[in-house]
Design a protein around this ligand. Structure first.
Ligand code: FES
Length: 222
């Protein structure tokens, strides 16, 4: 009979099942490829973009009185307050009060600062803005360990963090005990904040760094 040469398998026969399984797997694989193709741009779209990181980036004026105090201060840091205005589409949406610690250095001190803080001036871990401008440096008021606010201690002649006891010199070096171990758990020295004088007005740019790591990574500007 002619049909002896035709390949015919009833539904459910092993070879038919194999074909169906192959087609199902191919469909799943194809779906996976298409899904991946869609997922990558989707994930990329969700990844924080520089616009997000840079939201609220901007300069804030510091008060002339406090800047004058900093100019006159040669032996200890000065607390510098400012109000940061957050704008959206040109409209003020919020403002927030911050402070930084200002240091005034003569040329010799600046030289020492550069030599004693290689984490800021060399070694690849430095920040991408000038750390010293016109003999002034501004330090973030946030401890690089777990972000407590530290303060200058006149008795110690050092910055002291009240949370876990880290101590920092006037130039922000993480201080050590006589046995060479660090005083407190801070993973790095104090963090610098951008500073400039623009048309006679002194300004700072608030920067927030990633906490508790030895390197500096800016995580936000608010
Ligand atoms: S937060 Fe400053 S030492 Fe822990």
């Amino acid at each position: 009979m002619a049909h002896d040469n035709l390949s015919f398998e009833p539904e459910g026969a092993p070879e038919e099942m194999g074909r169906l399984r192959f087609m199902a797997q191919a469909t799943v694989a194809l779906g996976g490829i298409v899904g991946l193709g869609l997922a990558i741009p989707f994930a990329t779209a969700l990844w924080p973009k520089s616009e997000l990181l840079n939201a609220n980036k901007g300069w804030s004026d510091i008060t002339p009185d406090e800047f004058n105090s900093l100019k006159a201060s040669i032996d200890k840091p000065v607390k510098i307050h400012f109000t940061k205005k957050n704008l959206q589409d040109g409209y003020l949406v919020s403002d927030q009060d911050y402070y930084v610690w200002g240091i005034h250095m003569n040329p010799d001190e600046e030289q020492q600062f550069r030599a004693q803080r290689p984490d800021l001036f060399s070694g690849g871990g430095q920040v991408d803005f000038p750390v010293v401008t016109m003999g002034f440096t501004m330090f973030s008021s946030v401890c690089p360990h777990l972000q407590c606010k530290f303060a200058w201690d006149d008795g110690l002649k050092a910055f002291l963090c009240p949370c876990h006891g880290s101590q920092f010199s006037k130039i922000g070096t993480h201080m050590k005990k006589p046995d060479g171990s660090y005083i407190g758990p801070a993973p790095r020295g104090l963090d610098p904040i951008p500073f400039r004088e623009q048309s006679g007005v002194a300004q700072v740019e608030w920067v927030k760094y990633f906490a508790n790591v030895p390197y500096r990574l800016i995580v936000s500007y608010s």
